[in-house]
Design a protein around this ligand. Structure first.
Ligand SMILES: Cc1cnc(Nc2ccc(CC#N)cc2)nc1Nc1cc(C2CC2)[nH]n1
Length: 325
């Protein structure tokens, strides 16, 4: 549907783009909160209430020019990626687009629960059941992107939003500001992403791929299960060194309640050679994620002869022992 530029950005024809953009001014249609919800690198996000319907959204204000450079290509790319992802509920939905002389405003679905990072602040981590439930949804969202050859390239707890505070029942991906469409045969190398989550190939300025997201998924899983960052250090240079050496350890005190299946899941993704990492589909089939727990086979008195096939209780329906350990 959209053309792809040589640097992996989706392009929308001017006339088609014009059909996306509302004529009115965003402030005429929405009441926008003064205090922002958060700031991306080059955007400010505020809660915005539609005046007529009272429905709440998140308004993302994006400068058309940053450091005296035109950003319309990047903004159009983000609109196009969000449009490509409108059929999945694992990605924050784009509702409308407004334009002023200096800004483009994306009216996005509001995830009232805020960032997953918020739960992790103060060294909290998720119990293993909550972590598995969260990771399964994140993998489903990333699988949707990878199926379209879109690499997110900035997967981290700040870009994972919860519909309800302190609850991992509904998690959505957001912020496609540095995502790329990776066409077969087209090589893209760009230094991007957030220090703790960035893959070795990015640091070595080698080609990036969908596997670059798999590395970040491994770091993310380590963080939400332990509350600690696997390669984190006091300064970025040391963090980068830890990443390129893949110096990885699972300290007993941080992982004492974590299953070996979960640790195997993490280890399988944190591999230096991107070609040796599993795909997102492999990860969805990993025993830790697709865990079929055989509750003790219930001996049904009605059928003394045959062992009732113990239906495994879907994770999502099992009461999690504790949302926050
Ligand atoms: C309650 C809330 C609290 N904090 C943030 N922080 C945040 C996270 C990522 C980005 C980076 C981006 N994009 C900007 C702000 N977003 C919230 N809800 C959102 C935020 C959104 C859309 C994604 C903006 N919907 N619901």
């Amino acid at each position: 549907r959209f053309a792809i530029s040589s640097d992996g950005l989706l392009q929308i024809e001017e006339s088609v783009l014009a059909s996306f953009i509302q004529k009115a001014s965003v402030l005429g249609v929405y009441d926008v909160d003064k205090t922002p919800l958060g700031r991306g690198k080059y955007a400010t996000v505020c809660r915005a209430v539609h005046k007529k319907t009272g429905t709440s959204y998140a308004a993302k204000f994006m400068k058309k020019r940053r450091r005296n450079q035109d950003q319309m290509k990047e903004i159009i790319h983000e609109i196009a990626v969000l449009t490509e992802c409108k059929m999945t509920n694992k990605v924050i939905r784009l509702h409308e687009v407004y334009e002023s002389p200096t800004e483009v405003v994306l009216i996005l679905e509001l995830a009232a629960g805020g960032e997953l990072q918020h739960i992790l602040d103060g060294e909290q981590c998720l119990g293993e059941d909550e972590a598995r439930k969260a990771m399964k949804q994140i993998l489903e969202g990333v699988a949707y992107l990878h199926h379209k050859n879109i690499a997110h390239l900035d997967l981290k707890p700040q870009n994972l939003l919860l519909s309800t505070a302190d609850c991992c029942d509904e998690i959505k991906l957001c912020d496609f500001g540095i995502s790329k469409v990776l066409e077969p045969g087209v090589t893209i190398r760009e230094i991007l992403g957030t220090a703790d989550y960035v893959a070795p190939e990015v640091l070595n300025y080698e080609p990036i791929s969908l596997s670059t997201d798999i590395w970040s998924i491994g770091v993310l899983t380590y963080v939400i299960l332990s509350g600690f960052s696997p390669f984190g250090a006091d300064d970025k240079q040391q963090t980068y060194l830890n990443i390129s050496k893949c110096s990885l350890s699972f300290e007993a005190e941080h992982f004492k309640d974590v299953s070996s299946a979960a640790i195997d899941f993490i280890k399988s993704t944190l591999i230096i050679d991107p070609r040796k990492r599993p795909t997102v589909y492999d990860l969805l089939n990993h025993p830790w994620i697709s865990l079929k727990i055989n509750i003790l086979p219930s001996l049904s008195p009605l059928k003394p002869s045959t062992q009732q096939s113990s239906k495994s209780t879907p994770i999502s329906q099992r009461k999690s022992l504790s949302c926050i350990r």
